[in-house]
Design a protein around this ligand. Structure first.
Ligand SMILES: Cc1cc2nc3c(=O)[nH]c(=O)nc-3n(C[C@H](O)[C@H](O)[C@H](O)COP(=O)(O)OP(=O)(O)OC[C@H]3O[C@@H](n4cnc5c(N)ncnc54)[C@H](O)[C@@H]3O)c2cc1C
Length: 459
């Protein structure tokens, strides 16, 4: 078409629907093996930050709306929108560490694993996502429930500054003191953010000298008492111990050594010394239910890299996945008791429920000035995991039925990073406190008055 912007203006590549490399670029934009049937009109694979304003100007000149992807991990594939221009930032994965200031400058496609590796020589750490492959872009924009977030706060609390390309193509910095309203939104808006972040500056933590983990596995039938115990335990444990419950139908060997329908309680301490870690885990060792455990793992040293490896085995690429979240004012005992039956009858053996117990710091100082907030006293994520496309319908139904069983009033909250955006039109809204949702709408209207960016995916 005469006058259309051409690939020549980009340092990266511009692909149009119909081009030979388009199909593989579209498929690669979604990490999930389940690829949504949505087709961008064009994909710009950015090779530099400079490509981003170019892509926006290309979208404006062609009247295309814009979607963005960093690591492609959104479970609903919200980065793929029909007829849009997709800005693919997967080439922007730099990770530069400044040990003197204990800060890192990272590209949006840098993964948790990249950051852990880059930090290792300097004795520094960051609350990276639980799976190694999760990119920092969408993770930090959503808030970020990372390793040791119970002590360190949501990962976005450690974002000091972002470089952002806005709807009009301008490149701006946002921080607590510069464009503070945009900064507030960028710390939680997730897949509804109305600009493109091309780099983050992060504050870092001293590396915990000792990371230790322990766990007990019980029959799934013991879910109620185990959940009640773990909830009480998490209240008593220091903030630097992360407690997570995992419910599995098959006893996936990646989750537990004891096959069968199981509930696993895992505790991980991030401490200065081995002694401090062992002392922090001691209340877990005194579990009054230990006699009914089918297996028990005594405290053992681990590392961010090994924690990542273990999580990657539970959520490997290539499977088909659907996920949904729930924040609730109900107890873990009630919520997990409700969903255990669904887990036992999941159509796919790898499906599971993860319930991090009080997953994020409740310290107001670590939750200030961000769109993200925890929305309840208990939290869980339910994952359908399967392989055969013929089973798509059964697994999608199972997930929705399981979530309905655990939120019968339909009034629970959600976490925007992992919620099933297509389950109903209110999923995105109910991922925020009402005043925060209203403020996000106002800021979207102010920063993106022409609605250049796609907003939250809906059914
Ligand atoms: C295996 C797995 C494990 C996970 N573990 C965790 C976990 O431990 N804790 C947690 O909190 N979450 C977790 N998540 C959820 C994860 O944080 C989100 O899926 C997040 O969106 C992933 O980031 P991404 O860059 O891959 O997102 P993408 O899929 O690339 O993008 C999702 C959306 O975010 C927006 N976006 C992404 N990058 C940018 C950018 N640079 N500028 C503007 N908008 C952008 C776009 O709207 C896009 O549609 C996990 C997901 C998976 C698949």
């Amino acid at each position: 078409m005469p006058g259309r912007p051409t690939a020549a203006r980009f340092e990266g590549t511009l692909l149009r629907r119909g081009d030979r490399a388009y199909d593989s670029a579209r498929a690669a934009a979604v990490w999930n093996g389940l690829k949504p049937e949505r087709f961008p009109a064009a994909i710009v694979r950015a090779a530099s930050e400079r490509d981003v304003p170019q892509a926006l100007s290309c979208a404006r000149s062609e009247g295309l709306r814009v979607s963005t992807r960093s690591g492609g991990h959104n479970w609903s594939g919200s980065q793929l929108r029909d007829g849009s221009l997709l800005i693919d930032l997967s080439g922007l994965g730099q990770c530069d560490i400044d040990p003197a200031s204990a800060t890192a400058t990272v590209g949006p496609a840098a993964t948790g694993q990249d950051l852990v590796k880059a930090l290792a020589p300097y004795g520094l750490a960051f609350p990276v996502g639980h799976c190694s492959s999760v990119a920092l872009g969408g993770f930090l924009l959503s808030g970020g429930l990372g390793w040791n977030s119970r002590a360190w706060g949501p990962s976005c609390a450690d974002v000091l500054e972002m470089r952002v390309v806005t709807a009009d193509g301008a490149t701006v910095t946002c921080s607590e003191t510069e464009n503070a309203d945009l900064f507030w939104a960028a710390r939680g808006a997730g897949p509804g953010f109305f600009a493109v972040v091309t780099r983050f500056r992060l504050g870092l933590h001293p590396h915990p000298g000792s990371v230790m983990t322990t766990g007990l596995t019980f029959p799934l039938a013991a879910t109620g008492p185990v959940a009640a115990w773990a909830e009480g335990l998490a209240r008593d444990l220091p903030a630097n111990v992360e407690t997570a419950l995992v419910l599995t139908a098959s006893g996936d060997p990646a989750v537990t050594v004891a096959p069968g329908p199981r509930i696993l309680a895992g505790m991980t301490a991030f401490a200065r010394t081995r002694e401090e870690a062992l002392a922090a885990l001691a209340p877990a060792e005194a579990c009054p239910l230990a006699g009914s455990a089918v297996s028990r793992q005594p405290p053992e040293p681990t590392s961010f890299a090994r924690l990542h490896e273990r999580a990657a085995a539970v959520w490997p690429p290539a499977h088909r996945y659907a996920a949904d979240t729930l924040w609730s004012e109900e107890t873990y005992e009630t919520q997990l008791g409700r969903i255990a039956d669904a887990v036992a009858h999941a159509p796919a053996g790898k499906s599971l429920v993860l319930a991090p117990v009080r997953p994020v710091s409740e310290d107001p100082a670590l939750l200030r000035n961000m769109a993200f907030s925890p929305l309840g006293a208990s939290y869980l994520v339910c994952y359908a995991v399967w392989d055969d496309p013929a089973d798509d319908g059964a697994n999608a139904r199972w997930l929705r039925d399981a979530m309905a069983s655990v939120d019968p009033s339909g009034r629970g909250g959600h976490y925007i990073a992992e919620t099933d955006l297509e389950a109903d039109a209110s999923r995105a809204r109910r991922s925020y406190a009402p005043a925060d949702w209203d403020r996000l709408q106002e800021l979207k209207a102010a920063w993106d008055p022409g609605n250049v960016f796609h907003s939250y995916l809906a059914p």
